[in-house]
Each structure stands twice: as structure tokens, then as C-alpha cells.
Design a protein around this ligand. Sequence first.
Ligand SMILES: C[S@@+](CC[C@H](N)C(=O)[O-])C[C@H]1O[C@@H](n2cnc3c(N)ncnc32)[C@H](O)[C@@H]1O
Length: 303
Amino acid sequence: MSFKTQRFAKHNFDQTYNRSDPRSYFSTLRPLDYRIHRTAIPVFARCANLLARQRDLRRVTMVDLCAGYGVNAALLRHKVSLDELYDLYDETTTPSATDQSPFIESDKRFFASRRLKSAPVDKVIGIDVAAHAVGYAENVGLLDYGASENLERGAPSGALRERLANATLITVTGGMGYIGPQTFEHILANVRARHAPWVVAFPLRTTPLEPFRRLFARFGLRTEVWEHETFAQRRFADETELCNAAKHLREMGLPSPKLDEYHQTQLICARPALEADAIPLREIMAKPRRSVDGPLREIAASL
Ligand SMILES: C[S@@+](CC[C@H](N)C(=O)[O-])C[C@H]1O[C@@H](n2cnc3c(N)ncnc32)[C@H](O)[C@@H]1O
């Protein structure tokens, strides 16, 4: 059974994943309050900051898997909040097209005017099967390099392999149901930096973690799960999705959620053991870490 067929039946948003700009995606997900970035971005920022300090790095290169339209890169490297992105990409005022976006130039100007002088990550490589989505993110300057490759199906292209060589931080939001250990293996096998990268991801709490744990261990990474909290991803799309989730949660001995509750994710963090010992997860997760509105390197440094 492939990793994909094991994942539990979530609502299908595929028709929004590969448009020429993010308007349909954001307008579909806004009513469901898709919000995992509110938790993830300060955690990614903090990891990037701690990694840079620990390894005395001048540059942090992030590889965002299932990067879609570059939302994580937008929030990490610009003075912009998730709510502002929902407003910018509101389809009721600015309908999205299927193959050619009329908004590339205006979005490019918007992000250029919001670019942080000192962001927690210096380079962002985005990987996603959706060619239009990563193309958009590259065109408006959110990604330094966008690869529309499916690493579940095959090895990275030569061009992507070159870019992966210096990866320091691998991130995922909203994508762990689509990719399995195979994708991470292709990434980690191509990193040539002196130290292995940190992997920081937010899978749904129903995602089986053992296959990932085993894979990361093969590359010298110890996987930790933050056991103290779960984090809201989005509301359930409908009764069918709720029933599917409830079934899986019951099998895990967890209570059934209600329709107005949220899919819950957990944080996993895979790092070289020495670094995991030197920087305990509780240091990364120390509160407060909610704001995604300020210059993140400074926020992360002050936490
Ligand atoms: C829910 S979206 C998450 C997008 C973004 N990370 C975010 O949080 O807003 C899931 C993304 O996974 C991508 N995806 C699905 N299968 C994939 C695969 N095998 N490899 C890479 N990306 C994939 C989809 O195209 C889509 O952009």
C-alpha cells in the first residue's frame, strides 16, 4: 500500500492547488479558518534562528515541501500577516483565472514593498507537484527556486539536486498527508552541507509517524514529538470528513470531535542528536510565540 492510499480521507481541495494564483485556494480555505501557519511560522522562525546561532551560519536555506503558492515563504520573509494574505487573495473582489493570472505584477509589487530586511531564512526552495502554484510563487519573488516535482514517484532533477545541497531547514505545513518517507529520503540524500538539516513539520495527529522516524534515523536525525499541545489546522469541511476523522481518532482511543472543532496537528522535529540535546524542544516551543506580524528574526531572537 502506498503512503498515499494509507492517508485518511480528507476533503478534496485539488481543484484549488494548481491555479495561476492563490485566490481560489485562499477563498476556499478561509471559511474553514485554515490557520496552521499561525503556529508554524513562529516555530520555523525560531528554529532558523537557533540553527544559525548553533552552527554559526551566515545563511539559512529552507526547503518547504508541499509549498503550494509559497505561503510559508510569504509569512517568513515579509511584513504581512495571514489575515492580510486572506484579504489580498479574496476571490470575491479579485477572481482567479485558471492558466494566466492577471495579478502577478501587482502581487510582486505588494511583496516587494513588504520584504523584511532581516528575515529568519535567506533562501527558500519550494517543492510541490503543482506547477502553476510554485510558478506563481517564484514569479512574484516568494520562492528563490520552485520545483514542480513529485519526489514520491522519482528522484529529484539535476537542477533541484544542486539547490538541495545546502539545505539547513526542511518544513511542511498542510502536506504531510500527501508525502511519505520517500520524499524526505530524496531530499536528505542530496544534502551535502556539513550537518544534516532540521526537519520541522506539522502532520495531523492521526498520521503514523513510525515510518518517518525510521527514515530520519537513517540520516542521523532524532525525531521528537511535542507532546504537550496539538495545533489547529482548519475546521472540518463537512460531515463526511468529520466522520472519517472521528473513526481514526476512535481507533487511537481519542474522543470524537464535533463539526465546529478543528483538525489537530502535532509538531514533529527531527534533528541531529547532539543539537537536539543542546537545544531542547521546550526552548523552541517556549511562549509567547504567536505573533507573525513583526520582523521575525528579532521576534525569534527575543523569545
Ligand atoms: C493543503 S496544501 C498546503 C500548501 C501550503 N504548504 C500551505 O500550508 O498553505 C497541500 C499541498 O500539497 C501539494 N502536494 C500534493 N501531493 C504532493 C507531492 N507528492 N509532492 C509535493 N507536493 C504535493 C499540493 O499540490 C498542495 O499544494
